[in-house]
Design a protein around this ligand. Structure first.
Ligand code: ADP
Ligand code: MG
Length: 318
């Protein structure tokens, strides 16, 4: 039988908007000394707005957006939504693609058929030059993604695009690159906003003597800019989904008792690895199923409430 005091605590947690899936983890929460937050969609709203588009010579902003929107057609990522919205606002006609692939934590890739390629704008150089637009027999591969994608494709931005990315990064904006076949044709700067609740969430944890870290697949400049604003102690940036749980393990190996707070599919291994895995309410089913506690109200401040509730409840039991 479930001890009465535990049953009471579980219903108390429910009243605080917490769904306890693992009672032992809930009990551990009072001893946490480190909380790791996913960035996008957890500390930030995750809604992206397009701030600026950069192009290489011979390409227009509309070219770059057309390729990007085509590649992002089947992606559920907030970045994809923002790109499709902008293309639609500009009235661009976006070609159909096939072979859509989501490259987790990196970006997306798809193929545009030759005959579906956007018409070459009159006077736009570059397009007709040999090699650049000939594509493969099977059409053109278009891809969109961040620095992780460029590393994966072994592509390097030119110095102008590099400067564009640095400027955007220093403003806390993320940059995704757009590629047609192997060639980078442009980049898009996107801004996310920090959730109002995140400031209090982190202050409350600090007041309890708990260290706060951020774990994200996003660009290091963007991550540091958000972390500085929030007063976060440690940043793990440009981490691939398959490596996220390794960072949790590193902290545990150094003797820390670690909670992970995340919302995405790619947070699931880190949620499982952590001592207390916390899924935030808007999270995917996979995140929820990997978590020990679910914050139903989707409020990062509830992490501190959880620690408080754990301390209050389990002290009574001893
Ligand atoms: P986080 O770890 O912050 O939740 P993700 O793992 O979803 O972020 O993505 C990490 C990075 O990979 C993004 O910042 C972006 O650069 C790139 N990325 C992922 N999905 C897409 C996409 N659909 N389109 C463009 N870029 C993407
Ligand atoms: Mg996320």
């Amino acid at each position: 039988a479930v001890p009465l005091v535990v049953a009471i605590n579980t219903s108390m947690a429910a009243r605080h908007g917490m769904l306890v899936r693992d009672r032992i983890a809930m009990e551990q929460a009072r001893n946490l000394d480190t909380v790791v937050f996913d960035k996008t969609g957890t500390l930030t709203a995750g809604e992206q707005g397009i701030v600026e588009i950069a192009t290489v010579e011979g390409r227009s902003e509309d070219d770059v957006l057309t390729f990007a929107a085509a590649a992002e057609g089947d992606s559920e990522h907030m970045i994809a939504q923002a790109i499709r919205d902008e293309a639609s606002d500009r009235g661009l006609s976006v070609p159909d693609v096939r072979g859509f692939e989501a490259l987790e934590g990196r970006g997306v890739r798809a193929t545009i058929e030759h005959d579906a390629m956007p018409a070459v704008a009159p006077g736009s150089a570059g397009r007709s030059e040999e090699g650049t637009d000939s594509g493969g027999r099977d059409g053109h591969t278009v891809s969109v993604g961040g620095p992780n994608l460029l590393r994966y494709l072994e592509a390097e931005p030119d110095t102008d695009l590099e400067r564009f990315a640095e400027d955007a990064g220093s403003r806390g904006e993320g940059v995704v690159y757009v590629l047609s076949d192997e060639e980078i044709v442009g980049a898009v700067a996107l801004a996310d906003v920090i959730r109002e609740e995140s400031f209090e969430a982190i202050d409350a944890l600090h007041e309890m003597g708990i260290e706060v870290a951020m774990l994200t697949g996003d660009d290091a400049d963007v991550a540091h800019s958000v972390a500085d604003e929030l007063g976060i102690d440690t940043v793990f940036a440009e981490v691939l989904p398959e490596d996220k749980d390794e960072k949790i393990l590193e902290l545990q190996d150094r003797g820390h008792l670690v909670a992970m707070v995340g919302d995405g599919v790619n947070d699931a291994p880190a949620l499982t690895r952590s001592d207390v895995g916390i899924a935030i309410g808007s999270g995917t089913d996979v995140a929820v199923e990997s978590a020990d506690v679910v914050l139903v109200e989707n409020d990062p401040r509830d992490v501190a409430s959880l620690v408080r509730l754990s301390a209050k409840s389990y002290r009574k039991m001893q």
